[in-house]
Design a protein around this ligand. Structure first.
Ligand code: AOS
Ligand code: ZN
Ligand code: ZN
Length: 424
């Protein structure tokens, strides 16, 4: 399944006048219009291989049909997303959910649809078939050195796959923790984790990075060994320059000021990047921007300010990735919505009047500062995002085009209605 360019152009034609009217209206007030459009065009968000199938809960799983049955078909799906939005030019693999047995041909297949490989993710939170030792009581933090060694070796194997795919970062998320007080010696668990991560760090090629993700709870409900950004940063600082902290938006206790965490990690040069999603209660993995788009915007506001202060390239210098899984939506539609929400928040942050905000801050003009922040948020920047996409050959309305072109129907015809995506 491939979305032909002429079909996207046809779909765009129907919306041309409406788009032009809306674009002209908002563009007239954007002082740095060309810069904003260029930055939006350059900004891509990585699609995780595990988001392309319908996820399940422990209560059930309801496949939507036409789900990718192999890594090749997942790449095909990301190709569809990228053709429509021109903003999803890479894939992040979870190993062993997706094993690139023949990396050269997988890489070539991806390149055919304009894709490359971003961070590779290791998995020591499940036992695999034929695995010698169990991760029931953790992996890198385990009391038994042999289990730690097995988990370290898995991570080194994942780096090797990543090298073959041309990726340059290892993303580590551990479920290691404890369910009951007394189960674990916190200090020893942390020290074991550090020692294991050091061994993984030693195996990183020169131009590689390791991203350390944190999470407060689940699947462990009393303690998680890398439970918050402080614990992750502590590890990253002890490991060295190649290590940094990955922020998953769903991995915070309710009401946490995530934008402040982001600002400080960025200041320290220790922000790896993001797993984008949204949540109301915890690690809900909901569509980005579906619950709290204002928070997402405030995060991007800090990112743009902080990255500019450090002279960073917005598109390239951090990892931008979605981490989601859905039970009730077509995963492709969900990913199109998520990428759109991220680009809207980014566009809003790009049009903040920085000079005026700085002045208001220096004058302790609280009201003016709030006005400036909300002025950008309340601007309808969607035509700017659409224009940047249009100029790159994408669809003005990606979700609508996806439906109009009957992509899912085509996938069901090709793959069947009872397919269950690999992984998860
Ligand atoms: C788990 O909660 C984390 O968000 C990880 O990033 C995990 O590896 C990913 O969600 C796949 O399950
Ligand atoms: Zn995550
Ligand atoms: Zn998560």
């Amino acid at each position: 399944m491939k979305v032909e360019q002429f079909k996207i152009d046809e779909s765009n034609h129907q919306h041309k006048n409406e788009h032009q009217r809306k674009f002209d209206y908002v563009a007239a007030d954007v002082a740095n219009l060309d810069e904003v459009l260029q930055k939006l065009a350059a900004f891509n968000i990585t699609i995780p291989s595990w988001a392309l199938g319908t996820g399940g809960t422990r209560f059930g799983r309801f496949s939507g049909g036409g789900e990718p049955r192999s890594l090749e078909e997942k790449i095909e799906d990301v190709g569809v997303i990228h053709a429509l939005n021109r903003s999803s030019d890479s894939v992040s693999l979870h190993i062993p959910w997706d094993i690139p047995e023949n990396a050269a041909s997988i890489k070539a297949l991806a390149a055919q649809v304009g894709l490359r490989f971003d961070a590779v993710n290791s998995n020591t939170f499940q036992d695999q078939k034929d695995q010698q030792l169990s991760y029931k009581f953790g992996s890198l933090h385990h009391v038994d050195k042999a289990v730690r060694k097995q988990a370290v070796e898995h991570n080194i194997q994942v780096i090797k796959y990543g090298v073959e795919l041309g990726s340059n970062a290892l993303s580590v998320w551990l479920s290691d923790g404890s369910n009951f007080p007394g189960q674990l010696n916190f200090r020893k668990a942390f020290q074991n984790t550090l020692e294991s991560l050091k061994e993984i760090y030693e195996a990183l090629p020169d131009d590689w990075k390791v991203w350390v993700e944190y999470k407060p709870y689940e699947p462990n409900f009393y303690s998680t060994t890398i439970g918050d950004w402080g614990q992750s940063l502590l590890l990253a600082n002890k490991l060295g320059a190649k290590a940094s902290t990955l922020v998953d938006l769903g991995h915070h206790l309710p009401n946490t000021n995530i934008e402040q965490i982001v600002a400080l990690l960025l200041m320290e040069g220790k922000l790896a990047g993001f797993h984008f999603n949204d949540s109301k209660y915890g690690d809900d993995d909901l569509t980005v921007g579906s619950i709290n788009p204002y928070q997402l915007y405030l995060i991007f506001n800090e990112l743009v300010e902080g990255m500019d202060a450090r002279g960073m390239n917005h598109a390239k210098d951090l990892g931008w990735m979605i981490d989601a899984s859905h039970n009730v939506k077509d995963p492709v539609e969900d990913l199109l919505q998520s990428v759109e929400a991220i680009k809207i928040a980014y566009a809003q942050a790009l049009i903040v009047d920085r000079a005026a905000l700085l002045e208001a801050q220096n004058n302790n003009d609280v009201v003016r500062a709030q006005e400036i922040i909300q002025e950008a948020y309340r601007t309808d920047v969607r035509p700017l995002v659409a224009e940047a996409r249009l100029r790159q050959g994408g669809a003005l309305k990606p979700v609508e085009a996806y439906r109009q072109l009957a992509v899912r129907e085509e996938l069901i015809k090709e793959r069947g209605s009872k397919t269950v995506a690999t992984g998860l």
